[in-house]
Design a protein around this ligand. Structure first.
Ligand code: IPE
Length: 260
């Protein structure tokens, strides 16, 4: 079984509120179907979640009564995006089933407090493709906070032991420095968790990485410690996801899982 996260920056236009990239999503889903692999799909919130979550400061927890409508609207928007992703699956006959994090996960100060992974396993065992997504969820300490798709990757990898976790992003993988700012940036094709520390340090020195990528790397390190391999690949390039799923060589970053 493979756990795939379709990044919000791939399936939505992050600069335009609620803009779904239908063609890209359809194509990624087609590649998953063609691979015939058992998968769990997670998708990011992109412009359906980040803009509104930021407006109502939802990740700071419950600090004002105005946020209640903000939480409700945000959940509504990410579920709209989820319906669009489900449509892509259903249109080509993949039996995708939505499992919203706000109904199976509770956080405590941003960290997992309780998580019902059994429901994912039970749907998988019945032949379905579970689909979950970045969401706003209850938080025992803060009232509520944001659960990213990256955190779901880690939780599901921990509990369901996939063959690989795959992050579909809008770059070819992890680079030695930020490829959007540095023409000398080189793609790291294959690495281990120990080496990742070095990359983070050198990135910090040049202050050329977004918090987003750094957060992702820290999640990937935790996944690697479970012994699970992670691949990052570009979702805008044809058939890279398919090739990774069937074990064919393609341009991407492969982080091999170490053993504790
Ligand atoms: C964010 O999820 C969830 C909300 C903002 C509600 P992600 O962090 O997984 O989304 P992307 O991939 O960055 O868009």
């Amino acid at each position: 079984m493979y756990i795939i996260k379709l990044g919000g920056s791939v399936i939505t236009d992050k600069t335009k509120e609620n803009c779904f990239k239908q063609k890209i999503a359809d194509d990624l889903v087609r590649q998953i179907k063609k691979s015939k692999k058992e998968t769990i799909i997670i998708h990011g919130a992109g412009s359906f979640g980040h803009i509104i979550a930021d407006k109502y400061k939802l990740n700071e927890g419950h600090i004002s009564v105005d946020q209640l409508i903000g939480l409700s609207l945000t959940q509504g928007m990410v579920q709209k995006l989820n319906s669009l992703v489900l449509d892509s699956l259903h249109n080509i006959g993949i039996p995708g089933v939505s499992i919203p994090p706000h109904s199976c996960l509770i956080l405590k100060n941003h960290k997992p407090f309780s998580f019902n992974h059994i429901i994912f396993k039970d749907y998988l065992d019945n032949g379905f493709t579970p689909v979950t997504f970045g969401d706003v969820v209850l938080d025992k300490q803060l009232g509520f906070s944001i659960c990213s798709g990256d955190l779901l990757m880690l939780l599901l990898a921990e509990n369901l032991k996939p063959e690989k976790t795959i992050f579909v992003i809008d770059e070819d993988g992890i680079y030695t420095s930020n490829p959007k700012q540095d023409i000398n940036a080189e793609l790291i094709e294959s690495t281990t968790i120990d080496q990742i520390d070095e990359y983070i340090t050198s990135r910090d020195k040049h202050t050329d990485v977004t918090g987003g990528m750094q957060g992702k790397i820290s999640t990937i390190k935790k996944i690697a410690k479970l012994g699970t391999d992670t691949i990052l690949l570009n979702g805008n390039k044809p058939d890279r996801l398919f090739k990774v799923l069937i074990g064919e060589k393609t341009r991407c970053t492969n982080i091999s899982g170490g053993h504790k």
